[in-house]
Design a protein around this ligand. Structure first.
Ligand code: XMP
Length: 518
């Protein structure tokens, strides 16, 4: 791929913040990728890298197996910014002194700026900084200057402007550091000389060109789920190749109320793509008859989905390309083994998405979002005319409502949960909580309880309401929704959904619970 944009690389030393640093650089409209900490200088030169940021990391530079960059990096002439562990590496390798501290410094610290050029150009001389480190630099390497200090840390920022090597002990990428983004901007614009060309409009133009060149006169198949990623991919590829894009929407029968129709309308009326709506609900319900085990359910749904896709794709004749909505964090997770971003998590649930469709079918892949973060995808979708309610939609799992129906999944039970879900979503939206929550939904339980309605005994279903806050779904906290809102949701459900007479609120966090109930 021709390198059209300036490139900054974050070398990942195992920091939980590596991806965040890359996002911040991109917020400066400069393209940024995360690469393994020991990426050879030759490769960086090959990619014409304009600057390198060394991330933080949990190690101490004194540990024998501490991760190290290519030994030639600091002499390479490529501008460098070391953050935390990155700063300590620079200081130690260039002859400075780093002291191992028993106690970590953690939290906010007032930063006094001592040098108002380069990193701190145009910034106030007092800033709030966020510290999280064990080791501390106590002696400067030759040619370096102190650029900022805090009460506890003399060398909170250091630099050698001739060599264009800088280091900060604090974390400019986190929101607790005031003007952190300005410091990053100063590094990428002033020190590295990057141009801010990484914009949504440029990205669209470049992708449209690349997709056209790649597929020529061939067709591209896309499995649509109705979520922001696949819808944005559809809009983008549609812009590039028009009706040579074939979108297939497999309705498993577990969508939200009216959602299948909304997806149908959007793609037939608004985007006018080549849209195929497969109603496979009957098949899915019959396969799930009497199945209550969550993993069995997930396996059946996943396999059924793939089989349906294969059968339907065959009917379409020769289509060499399959488009997928793979995002950048997924790409990195599989590409950087051994770092925090590449850790292999123990399997808790068998996830099923429209991604990961059968490679054995021999498709060539098109993944136009593989360089993007979720917020960039949202901006892209917006620019391409994807409706706001899809762009700001909370995550919705591949198996849909089926994993929110505990026990057997039947058509009747899906209908009950659709009504419940519709009330939950509309009330949460009405109270302006929807965008503040990671997810909010109802769960249909396999128990009936006794109630009383209009002087009559009832014996009906129980539903649970689940609402969580989270930033990445790895951990989540149950949302402290106002009682009034919960009361309104509960009242509406028992009044409007005749099959339900009891509503409970889930007050468990992840871990130890998970977000979905199955
Ligand atoms: P858990 O329940 O494991 O969910 O805490 C974490 C996040 O993943 C979503 N989820 C899925 N997404 N296919 C998906 O695309 C799936 O099979 C699936 N299962 C769970 C869940 O909604 C939450 O956001």
């Amino acid at each position: 791929m021709a390198q059209k944009h300036d490139l900054i690389v974050v070398l990942d030393f195992g920091a939980q913040y590596s991806l965040l640093i890359a996002r911040r650089v991109r917020e400066c409209n400069v393209y940024c990728e995360v690469m393994p900490h020991d990426t050879p200088v030759a490769e960086l030169r090959n990619r014409n890298v304009k600057g390198v940021i060394l991330s933080g990391g949990p190690a101490s530079v004194y540990e024998n197996d501490a991760p190290r960059p290519d030994t030639k990096l600091l002499e390479s002439g490529i501008p460098i910014l070391g953050i935390c562990y990155g700063l300590q590496l620079i200081a130690k390798d260039l002859g400075g002194e780093v002291k191992q501290e028993k106690k970590r410094e953690y939290g906010k610290a007032e930063l006094i700026v001592d040098d108002e050029t380069n990193l701190f150009a145009g910034l106030p001389n007092k800033l709030q900084s966020w510290m999280s480190h064990g080791d501390t630099v106590i002696g400067l390497p030759q040619g370096f200057k102190q650029l900022a200090h805090t009460e506890n840390t003399k060398f909170a920022a250091i630099g050698n402007s001739d060599k264009k090597i800088f280091g900060v002990q604090f974390h400019p990428e986190v929101v607790h550091t005031s003007k952190g983004i300005e410091i990053i901007k100063n590094f990428v614009y002033i020190v590295c000389g990057c141009q801010p060309t990484w914009t949504t409009a440029n990205f669209i133009e470049q992708q449209v060109k690349e997709i056209r060149e790649k597929v020529g006169t061939d067709k591209v198949l896309l499995a649509l789920s109705g979520g922001v990623d696949s819808t944005t991919v559809a809009a983008l590829i549609n812009k590039a190749i028009g009706d040579k894009l074939v979108c297939m929407f497999i309705d498993q029968g577990f969508m939200r109320k009216n959602e299948a129709k909304k997806i149908n309308d959007l793609f037939t009326e608004r985007f006018k793509v080549n849209f195929i709506h497969i109603n496979a609900a009957k098949k899915f319900f019959s396969q799930l008859k009497d199945v209550v085990d969550p993993e069995k359910k997930r396996k059946i749904i996943g396999e059924n989905f793939i089989r349906t896709f294969e059968e339907e794709a065959k009917k379409l004749g020769e289509i060499p390309y399959l488009a997928q909505g793979t995002l950048y964090p997924d790409v990195i997770e599989s590409a950087v083994p051994g770092t925090t971003t590449g850790k292999v998590a123990k399997k808790i649930k068998t996830h099923h998405n429209v991604g990961g469709l059968p490679e054995k079918m021999g498709f060539k892949l098109i993944e136009p979002l593989r360089l993007l973060f979720k917020d960039e995808v949202r901006a892209l979708g917006k620019e391409l005319g994807v409706p706001e309610d899809i762009i700001s939609r909370q995550p919705f799992p591949g198996p849909g409502l089926s994993i929110r129906i505990i026990g057997e999944v039947t058509e009747e039970r899906v209908k009950i949960l659709q009504e419940v879900d519709d009330i939950v979503v509309s009330e949460i939206k009405g109270a302006r909580f929807y965008k503040k929550l990671w997810q909010s939904f109802g769960v249909l339980l396999p128990i009936r309880t006794v109630g009383v309605m209009g002087d009559k005994r009832t014996y009906l279903n129980t539903v649970a309401i689940r609402a969580v806050t989270s930033t990445d779904a790895m951990t989540a906290d149950w949302a402290r929704l106002p009682y009034d809102l919960l009361e309104k949701i509960s009242n509406r459900i028992v009044n409007e959904v005749p099959e339900v007479n009891r509503v409970v609120y889930d007050i468990s966090s992840k871990p130890p619970s998970t977000i979905e109930w199955e």
